[in-house]
Design a protein around this ligand. Structure first.
Ligand SMILES: Nc1ncnc2c1ncn2[C@@H]1O[C@H](COP(=O)(O)OP(=O)(O)OP(=O)(O)O)[C@@H](O)[C@H]1O
Ligand SMILES: [Mg+2]
Length: 231
């Protein structure tokens, strides 16, 4: 398993075109997607600048998760376009793999917690403990006898839903993503911890788009602005 991941990664790195840049900001124009079943979702024109912290809201089914998938290149737009920018606002050809993404149901590997955070990049091990503090995972980990070396058992579910989300969040921290998309990333994490995580996240200079279903005034105030999608 480990060997397979390492080989796959080497292949990706080898094939990576050198002119791909890490995207930091993006904008969309006339963006729409039509699914095979005929359902169409159209988006307002959106601009998210470098370093901004944006709250993305809208009713269930309004297209929030779909927007993330379009930005990540996981879905293809039928109309319109997405432009990506670097720190200085220059249009770049994006290396989409460098976008940090916390999906509604995060994916973990049958490996240790530390490896799930570094994704087997040994060089990133030095950043693991800092990231664990940032995402409020330290007290969870102190309860595991093997600490960050605890093997995640996908069948036995030895880590909770909230802990999974924190692990994936720590993953984007150690990889130093400059653009992080969080899809209700803290839904399984309790409100108080969510606030502590958000407060740390907004202090970083990363651009963050955060989808939330349930948010209060206090949470809303943390963000620079809100984008609300309607059907
Ligand atoms: N692969 C797909 N095939 C067909 N329809 C889809 C597909 N993915 C999304 N949709 C439709 O697109 C619309 C937007 O879905 P999306 O998951 O983006 O909503 P959302 O705003 O994230 O909702 P929620 O708040 O419940 O997570 C929905 O009507 C959904 O049924
Ligand atoms: Mg969604």
């Amino acid at each position: 398993m480990r060997k397979q991941i390492l080989q796959a990664r080497k292949k990706i790195i080898d094939e990576k075109s050198v002119d791909l840049k890490q995207p930091v900001a993006f904008s969309t124009k006339g963006l729409a997607i039509k699914f095979k079943n005929g359902e169409e979702v159209a988006f307002p024109d959106i601009q998210v600048n470098a370093g901004e912290k944006v709250l993305l809201t809208g009713d269930s089914g309004s297209g929030k998760s779909t927007l993330f998938k379009l930005i990540l290149g996981e879905e293809k737009a039928t109309r319109g376009e997405i432009e990506y920018f670097d720190e200085s606002g220059k249009v770049v050809k994006p290396d989409l793999a460098e976008i940090g993404y916390l999906p509604q149901s995060p994916v973990l590997f049958p490996a240790t917690i530390a490896e799930n955070i570094t994704m087997f990049y040994d060089k990133l091990e030095q950043f693991v403990s800092g990231a664990i503090n940032d995402v409020q995972l330290a007290s969870d980990i102190s309860k595991f006898p093997d600490g960050i070396e605890t093997e995640i058992d996908l069948n036995k579910l030895n880590v909770s839903g909230g802990q999974r989300q924190k692990i994936v969040l720590a993953r984007s921290k150690v990889h130093d993503s400059k653009l992080i998309l969080i899809d209700e990333g803290t839904s399984a994490i309790d409100q108080a911890a969510t606030m502590r995580i958000l407060k740390r996240l907004v202090k970083t200079d990363a651009t963050i788009v955060f989808i939330a279903h349930n948010f209060n005034d206090e949470m809303q105030k943390i963000f620079d602005h809100e984008i609300c999608l309607t059907r």
